[in-house]
Design a protein around this ligand. Structure first.
Ligand code: ADP
Length: 332
């Protein structure tokens, strides 16, 4: 890679550089891409703004990237905000009244939009109307403004926390899945090429297995393995450098971090392997229930290490094998 370009890609803007800017750079999620293709083509054929869309799925799977790709395909500008950034009804009203015709409004963490603010969105999404209340008390008046055609693209990691009225106003809800190991390898290969990092096939494999099936984590591991390779090796990421970099990060070969192992071990050691209610577990771990449900559990469940049952969380046999521990009272 050209030295000049390499120099300009420092750690802070690496994420920007690695974000796919075209559909063919966006690896995997084929069903979602096909779905979007149809929705975009149909809107373009009718000469209308695209229907409102909700992307749902764990963090780092590529929801924001998709939102930008959709806007690019529609030839539309994008305005971005997030649920927690919208503090007052006026914040939402100001954004909506400033939209350009056809603009894509991207709202990340949509499940964290305050309910009162959410109500401003309903008529905006449905009828392109904004109802404003001017003044207070008996002299208060309602003013209705027409909004330009726009597309709301929202992303959430907690679809179940989204209110029903909001969810029902999206024309499509697209759920992103964890990536296959092959697709994570493709992402690692693409990123290492962009960053000018040399990788041996075994290095790619080791990092891919530990990337929690998540592109953002794959890229993060790649950056740290590059650091390790530059300091302790020749710069090339081979199998042994990749393993040592993971060790340094305290990430095991399945991608589990100390917090994941602590969660599993707590269920095993304090609650006989489960079932244990999530609130009890949260208290025992001194962790927020939402973090357990959002960050830790989805990946542990995808590995078949943990199960959510009506009676609570249970550790499953593959987790005992992975952690090399015995099931309480069991034969393993
Ligand atoms: P989310 O919004 O779901 O948290 P992002 O869209 O911010 O995730 O993606 C995180 C990073 O992962 C992006 O900057 C990009 O580099 C990478 N990424 C995500 N999805 C893909 C993909 N399908 N192909 C290649 N890289 C991806």
């Amino acid at each position: 890679m050209n030295e000049e370009i390499k120099k300009n890609i420092d750690d802070t803007n690496v994420d920007q550089v690695l974000r796919p800017a075209a559909w063919d750079e966006y690896v995997g999620q084929e069903k979602i891409k096909d779905n979007l293709r149809v929705i975009i083509d149909a809107a373009q054929k009718r000469g209308e703004a695209m229907d409102h869309i909700l992307f749902s799925g764990p963090a780092g799977l590529g929801k924001t990237t998709l939102a930008f790709l959709v806007a690019k395909e529609m030839g539309a500008p994008v305005r971005t905000t997030s649920g927690p950034a919208l503090e007052k009804m006026g914040d939402m009203a100001a954004i909506l009244t400033n939209l350009e015709p056809g603009e894509v409004l991207f709202i990340d963490e949509a499940h964290r939009i305050n309910r009162l603010i959410e109500e401003v969105l309903y008529p905006a999404m449905e009828m392109r109307k904004l109802h404003l209340v001017i003044g207070k008390g008996p002299s208060a008046r309602t003013l209705t403004l027409d909004l330009p055609p726009f597309t709301l693209v929202a992303a959430t990691t907690r679809e179940n926390l989204l209110s029903h009225p909001l969810r029902s106003r999206f024309g499509a809800i697209l759920r992103l899945d964890y990536y296959t190991e092959d697709n994570i390898k493709k992402i690692l290969e693409r990123s290492s090429k962009i960053l000018g990092i040399e990788m041996a096939p075994e290095g790619v494999e080791v990092l891919a297995r530990a990337a929690r099936a998540t592109p953002r984590i794959a890229n993060r591991l790649l950056k740290r393995a590059r650091d390790y390779a530059e300091i302790h090796g020749t710069g090339m990421i081979d199998g042994s450098i990749a393993k040592k970099a993971l060790e340094m990060l305290d990430v095991d070969e399945a991608g589990l971090e100390p917090s994941d192992r602590k969660l599993l071990l707590t269920i095993v050691e304090k609650f006989g392997g489960g079932p244990v209610g999530v609130n009890t577990l949260a208290a025992a771990l001194n962790e927020e229930k939402g973090v357990i449900e959002d960050i830790y559990e989805p990946y542990l469940m995808s590995l078949g290490f943990l199960q959510r049952t009506s009676a609570g969380r249970m550790v499953l046999p593959p987790a005992y094998e992975h952690l090399k521990i015995k099931k309480p009272g069991g034969l393993l």
